[in-house]
Design a binder for this molecule. Structure first.
Ligand SMILES: Cc1cc2nc3c(=O)[nH]c(=O)nc-3n(C[C@H](O)[C@H](O)[C@H](O)COP(=O)(O)OP(=O)(O)OC[C@H]3O[C@@H](n4cnc5c(N)ncnc54)[C@H](O)[C@@H]3O)c2cc1C
Length: 240
């Protein structure tokens, strides 16, 4: 799928309006933006920082908020030690700062209510961020669409939006959460875990996988081995 809107995306100045801790390493950043097109769940923005000497660094960040049309977006950024851009956000950025960004970007890794379900979402670490946007959008616009999130992190303290996900799993009849803690007695996502997810959800109409390259590659292989049509498997890779 190509970008839903082929018009060029201009860089723009966005204002940082709120910062909130999410986990020890991840913070939420809300921006006032002036996008010239609607946001779709699953899309990302590019952020560009410019040093006083003109040096520029550019990175992509997924949009965590559901499409709202209120002129704001939420990003969730994991502060990496020595991370050029995430380190800036973690240690330097303050409410009221203006940041250069462009977006929303992405046409293949998006979910719209009319795309339906069942929806299999698999996230590794901060790869859960665009899946959160899909879950938030689904809850507001298509709560009857069955969805299962298989979310793999090292330990419980690293779970992004832990309380929100637990409340969704408790209160939303068609949403299931499979949390996999790899360091706390768990294991890497394997064929048995995928089989359990497919058993609980039923045959997915769409699968969205997001995280680092090894996570996404491994889960995609497991889904194809389980017989999923590759056309139904959408992937977003954060690098790493
Ligand atoms: C489409 C897309 C969406 C993304 N969305 C998010 C998001 O929502 N939240 C988020 O936190 N990040 C996200 N990322 C990753 C983000 O773009 C940066 O790669 C990340 O913040 C590191 O950039 P940095 O400048 O801080 O680190 P760098 O200065 O580039 O690297 C610092 C160190 O971290 C290592 N490193 C780089 N990237 C990663 C990584 N992803 N995981 C682990 N180690 C890494 C490098 O090898 C290096 O050792 C996304 C990436 C893509 C492509």
């Amino acid at each position: 799928m190509t970008d839903p809107d082929p018009r060029p995306l201009p860089w723009q100045t966005a204002t940082l309006t709120a910062i909130r801790p999410i986990t020890q390493r991840v913070k939420s950043y809300r921006f006032q933006v002036g996008f010239d097109r609607p946001v779709l769940a699953g899309q990302h923005v590019d952020v560009r920082l410019t040093a006083p000497d003109g040096y520029q660094a550019q990175r992509s960040y997924s949009i965590a908020s559901a499409p709202a049309g209120d002129g704001t977006i939420e990003l969730m950024i994991e502060g990496l030690p020595d991370g050029e851009v995430s380190g800036f956000f973690d240690a330097v950025a303050e409410i009221g700062d203006t940041i250069e960004l462009r977006g929303p970007i992405g046409g293949a890794f998006v979910w719209r209510p009319e795309d339906g379900g069942p929806l299999l979402l698999a996230g590794g670490g901060s790869g859960v961020v665009p899946l959160l946007a899909m879950l938030r959008h689904r809850a507001a616009a298509a709560p009857g669409v069955p969805a299962l999130l298989l979310y793999s992190v090292r330990e419980a303290s690293e779970v992004i939006a832990a309380e929100e996900l637990a409340v969704r799993a408790r209160d939303e009849p068609h949403f299931q959460l499979m949390l996999n803690l790899t360091r706390a007695g768990g294991r890497r996502v394997d064929a048995a875990m995928i089989a359990e997810a497919l058993e609980r959800l039923g045959p997915p109409r769409h699968a969205y996988l997001c995280g680092g390259n090894p996570f996404v590659g491994a889960v995609a292989d497991l889904l194809l081995d389980a017989g999923l049509d590759p056309a139904r498997v959408h992937t977003e890779r954060f690098g790493g």
